[in-house]
Design a protein around this ligand. Structure first.
Ligand code: ADP
Ligand code: MG
Length: 419
């Protein structure tokens, strides 16, 4: 019995020892857990701080690149164009392969012996030149940073300028009825996808976003709501809030979008509305400007920061110089409206880049509508779209000259000094 008791006592002591060790371990683990919890809180705080820093740095980079940028895009020849007149395609355009910033137009003349010679060459340089083979994704890569700027609370305008048939609508929207994962999707659907993806990621950092879409058309200096119900055409006036500067258009529909699918629906509706109008007026879309606007309002529940940015994507009316001499009536009015609004857009951007005191926003509906998104801290990107047809030589020359006017007055910005 005694030896049994000794054995039991020994066992009891061993058990007590085990319990002591475990208690110590538990205490240690509890302490570690608490420390880890504090570390997580610190890291989360740091992540938020770093997001704020990232925003500042991102904006600095964008400003260094220039708040006004011009990209030139030459569309590829269409299969039919290649078949019909092979030699007249792209023969007058050359690129410098070492540098994706230069495009050269060459005017040829025939010598007495019938040989073609370059009579005159016109070199142009832009922030980027995209050759005909460039895919939508590669083009979007270059602009995705501006889309990020809109999420960060800046106002952004992206324009497509060029003659009819040069690829403006393809660049902005992509082909009509492109599948949601098509490689031809244009800048608008790609921008929207990026915004939704980024907004989801920013949730971890405390940010939630409200997104509001608007789609307007400016035709003959009057505004049409592409998201309105058919037949219910109101009169639309542009208002700038005297204090906040917020721009609104009376009676224009705005749609709160919460999923990419809803945005696709909005885009489809707009293109149907444009199609309806074009049966009344042949090819109206090439003679009107379309302005797609996304207002992005973010709030951070953890840091109580807020941000509100606007992304405008604009498919401009065809820039071909329609001769007004032969036109009369409606056609003449239409031609004058386009010429005036495009040259006014050039003037506004030129005045901004030049730092002029007076910026003539009021001279056209388009610039008045976009007043709040042009100038100041806003970012402007202009695509100058170019046709590969040699027959378009003169129009291409005009487009490149227009784009150069918009682009060339930035001397003195950091952008030029870095080069
Ligand atoms: P715009 O809007 O300037 O009048 P479009 O975007 O309608 O010109 O382009 C004219 C034609 O060229 C369309 O058939 C379009 O699909 C095609 N196209 C334009 N750009 C490209 C491109 N980068 N790749 C393939 N096809 C293109
Ligand atoms: Mg078009």
């Amino acid at each position: 019995m005694e030896s049994e008791m000794r054995a039991n006592k020994l066992r009891l002591e061993q058990t007590e020892e085990t319990v002591r060790v475990r208690d110590a371990t538990i205490a240690r683990l509890e302490k570690e857990l608490e420390e880890a919890g504090i570390a997580v809180l610190n890291l989360e705080g740091k992540v938020r701080e770093e997001e704020t820093i990232r925003r500042k740095l991102h904006n600095t980079v964008q400003e260094l690149k220039g708040n006004i940028r011009v990209f030139c895009r030459v569309r590829p020849p269409l299969p039919a164009e290649i078949e019909e007149k092979k030699e007249d395609v792209l023969t007058h355009i050359s690129f410098e392969d070492s540098d994706d910033q230069v495009i050269e137009l060459k005017q040829t003349s025939e010598s007495a012996s019938g040989q073609k010679m370059v009579a005159k060459s016109y070199p142009f340089s832009f922030d980027r030149v995209f050759q005909p083979g460039t895919k939508q994704l590669a083009v979007f890569d270059e602009i995705s940073q501006l889309v990020q700027s809109a999420l960060d609370g800046y106002n952004v305008c992206i324009f497509a300028y060029g003659q009819t048939g040069s690829g403006k609508t393809f660049t902005m929207e992509g082909p009509t009825n492109a599948a949601e994962d098509s490689e031809d999707l244009g800048m608008i659907p790609r921008a929207v996808h990026q915004i939704f993806d980024t907004a989801t990621k920013l949730k971890e950092k405390g940010w939630t976003y409200d997104m509001e879409a608007q789609f307007l058309e400016i035709y003959n200096e009057s505004i049409r709501d592409l998201l309105g119900s058919a037949g219910a055409e109101g009169k639309h006036e542009i208002k700038h809030h005297p204090v906040t500067g917020k721009t609104s258009v009376t009676d224009a529909s705005t749609v709160l979008v919460t999923t990419p699918a809803e945005v696709h629906k909005v885009l489809r509706k707009a293109s149907q509305n444009r199609a309806v109008a074009s049966t009344n007026c042949n090819e109206r879309s090439s003679r009107s400007h379309s302005v797609f606007t996304l207002r992005l309002t973010g709030t951070n529940s953890l840091t109580s920061e807020t941000s509100s940015g606007i992304l405008n994507l604009i498919d401009l009316a065809g820039s071909e110089r329609l001769s007004s001499s032969g036109s009369t009536g409606d056609r003449l009015k239409e031609t004058q409206a386009i010429n005036k609004s495009l040259s006014c857009l050039g003037d506004v951007i030129y005045a901004l880049a030049n730092g002029d005191k007076h910026v003539p926003y009021r001279n056209s509906k388009l610039t008045y509508l976009l007043q709040g998104s042009l100038g100041g801290n806003s970012k402007t990107l202009m695509f100058v779209n170019v046709s590969p047809l040699a027959g378009s030589f003169q129009e291409t020359l005009c487009s490149l000259r227009f784009a150069t006017k918009v682009n060339s007055c930035q001397i003195g910005t950091a952008k030029k000094m870095i080069k």
